[in-house]
Design a protein around this ligand. Structure first.
Ligand code: ZN
Ligand code: FE
Length: 255
């Protein structure tokens, strides 16, 4: 039996995710920004929380961590680098560490840039990636605590995962990301098709996430910073991918 995912809204635009292993009953929440919607989702599915997987220290991802752990006794798995600013950590993880939610194995990928301690969790077995605020559909996180070089390396590592990996991210930002992407990559047919799909999904109130690594590689301007088209569109033809990436991120900050 394979992993079951339940996705829901937390706060205004955070995406809550529960991961359930039907074999063992183990259930993890990916981040814990708010207690009520996570408890409601658990109740709705009839699942018992066993683990809390944390991507980074921002409050919209950890504000309910202590309360949820106190209520459920769930094990908290979080980045080692953020030990000083994430409470109640049971298992501190660093690059390459393997953790299991029931029978579902994940490898930790350090993805600094949005924050210095940010990690993502990848399961080759379940073809799942929890990318937090590093990689969004059609976008990427702001560089609060990292350099463009760091973020470009982080994104490149995620882009190197198998194309059929499902991407779950921390926010439903796809529609606004889409407008930015179209401005810089207007001739990209895959992006135009995704834009139509995103508009239709949002119009009926559906999530645009999960995406896939393959789809993001074809449509996400930040993952396409190494292409001649994106270099031209930011006026940096012939420049390095990381410079194109930095220019795109800068433009997005002002958008
Ligand atoms: Zn964040
Ligand atoms: Fe966030």
């Amino acid at each position: 039996m394979s992993a079951i995912i339940h996705q829901f809204t937390v706060g205004s635009d955070n995406l809550g995710v529960l991961l359930h292993d039907p074999e063992t009953g183990s259930t993890a929440t990916i981040d814990a920004g708010e207690e009520a919607p996570i408890l409601a989702a658990l109740g709705h599915k009839g699942w018992t929380l066993t683990d809390i997987l944390v991507t980074h220290h921002h409050s919209d991802h950890i504000a309910a961590l202590s309360a949820l752990k106190a209520r459920t006794g769930a094990r908290v798995i979080a980045p080692q680098a953020d030990r000083h600013r994430i409470p109640d950590i049971d298992v501190a993880v660093a690059d390459g560490d393997v953790i299991s939610i029931g029978t579902i194995e994940f490898i930790t990928i350090e993805t600094p840039g949005h924050t210095s301690g940010h990690v993502s969790y990848f399961s080759a077995q379940a073809k799942l990636l929890f990318a937090g605020d590093t990689l969004f559909s059609l976008g990427c996180g702001r560089l609060f605590e990292g350099t463009p070089e760091q973020m470009w390396i982080s994104l490149s590592r995620l882009a190197a995962l198998p194309d059929d990996t499902k991407l779950y991210c921390g926010h439903e930002y796809t529609l606004s990301n889409c407008k930015f992407a179209l401005k810089y990559d207007a001739d990209n047919q895959a992006l135009r098709a995704r834009a139509a799909e995103v508009e239709a999904l949002r119009a009926k109130g559906a999530f645009t996430v999960p995406s896939t690594i393959g789809l993001e590689k074809a449509t996400n301007p930040f993952l396409r910073a190494a292409t001649p088209e994106l270099a031209v569109s930011v006026g940096l033809s012939g420049h390095k991918a990381v410079e194109v990436f930095a220019a795109l991120r800068e433009a997005k900050n002002k958008a």
